[in-house]
Design a protein around this ligand. Structure first.
Ligand SMILES: *Cc1c(COP(=O)(O)O)cnc(C)c1O
Length: 343
């Protein structure tokens, strides 16, 4: 840290992303990526691309129109970003000052809030690790919820989020739907109805495009205009031409998307059942990962067998590990290796 750094940033502990191993033999189940990758149409489109010497379209018009058709929202209700982390940062900057979010949720939220010098309150989860929607009523602050939540995988119903929206007419409610495509209810259909709703999604998980950095914000026009104001004051070309082409190709291949997300959900059900059979408690997940008991010792054991999973050294989830759902083969290997531990 230099002595010139802004005082506000001196106390910030940056977010620590899950490791990216260099060794290809490792089974990587620690950062919730897709085991399948994007639709083959994406690679095809990228191969045909020309014009790398030109700036991408800062208004992202073509890709935005494709998203508009896909979700049935107006183009003015959409904004693409350099990953949803960028859009989350913009929204925290826009609607920060006072914020509340769960005590156990995406670890990036408190980091961004601190970086922008915002006050935030963390609400404990219920005993069963669920979120009680009523604890977010009349929050007097910007509400931030990941739905499904991470790293629990538990999801709120659309009705429950609607309750939070109804009871926060003067507060923004940001719903991070990074994992919604794996089996939770999206609140995108409520965008037209609530001026205080901002939905954020990503192409990193269910669309297998983590490396491309594509995030999507959906809200009423005034909210999107706020975010654009920040984008154009910050980094007008934040989404690359390659990423924009990938958005279009990915959305066009609906069949691949449904097949791969469906397969992840099936494997999740199978894997959860197997882990319970082996005596682990498993949180009922609607995401592409599951939280299972075992804690640090289990994480280290799996690591010694070449399987990367994530442990959070934080109450009340310190006794768990989070395991990303990979291919059926990979998950069979996890079950096998776990059985050997007890043999
Ligand atoms: C992975 C993740 C993100 C970040 O996604 P990017 O679009 O890759 O930046 C955002 N929110 C949650 C809850 C996530 O798990």
């Amino acid at each position: 840290m230099s002595r010139f750094l802004n005082k506000r940033l001196k106390g910030v502990t940056p977010y620590v992303p899950g490791e990216q191993p260099k060794d290809g033999r490792i089974i990587k189940l620690n950062t919730n990526e897709s085991p399948f990758g994007p639709s083959p149409q994406v690679a095809k489109r990228l191969k045909e691309m020309k014009g790398f010497h030109r700036y991408p379209d800062p208004s992202t018009q073509k890709a935005t129109q494709a998203i508009s058709r896909y979700y049935g929202l107006d183009p003015e209700q959409l904004l693409l970003g350099n990953g949803s982390d960028e859009l989350l940062s913009f929204s925290f900057y826009a609607y920060g000052t006072k914020m509340i979010f769960p005590q156990i949720t995406y670890g990036f939220y408190p980091v961004v809030a601190r970086a922008f010098g915002e006050h935030f309150r963390e609400i404990p989860l219920e005993k069963d690790l669920s979120i009680n929607p009523k604890t977010y009523y009349n929050a007097g602050a910007t509400v931030v919820l990941a739905n499904p939540n991470a790293p629990t995988g538990l999801a709120l119903k659309k009705k429950e989020i609607q309750g939070i929206l109804e009871n926060n007419r003067n507060n923004m409610v940001i719903v991070d739907e990074a994992y919604v495509d794996f089996g939770a209810e999206s609140v995108v259909p409520l965008v037209g109805k609530y001026e205080n709703l901002l939905v954020i999604q990503t192409f990193s998980k269910s669309r297998g495009l983590a490396s491309m950095r594509i995030g999507l914000a959906m809200a009423q026009r005034e909210i999107i205009d706020d975010l654009k104001r920040i984008k154009y004051s910050f980094n007008p070309y934040s989404v690359s031409g390659e990423a924009l082409a990938a958005v279009e190709a990915s959305l066009e291949d609906r069949l691949y998307f449904e097949k791969t997300t469906g397969e992840v959900a099936e494997t999740r059900t199978w894997f959860s059942h197997e882990m319970r059979r082996l005596g682990h408690r498993v949180v009922e997940s609607r995401a592409n990962f599951v939280l299972v008991t075992g804690g640090k010792a289990y994480q280290e054991y799996l690591w010694s067998r070449g399987i990367m999973v994530r442990h959070f050294d934080k109450k009340p989830i310190a006794d768990y590990v989070r395991i990303t759902i990979g291919t059926r083969e990979e998950m069979k290997k996890v079950v096998e290796v776990t059985e050997e531990r007890y043999a």
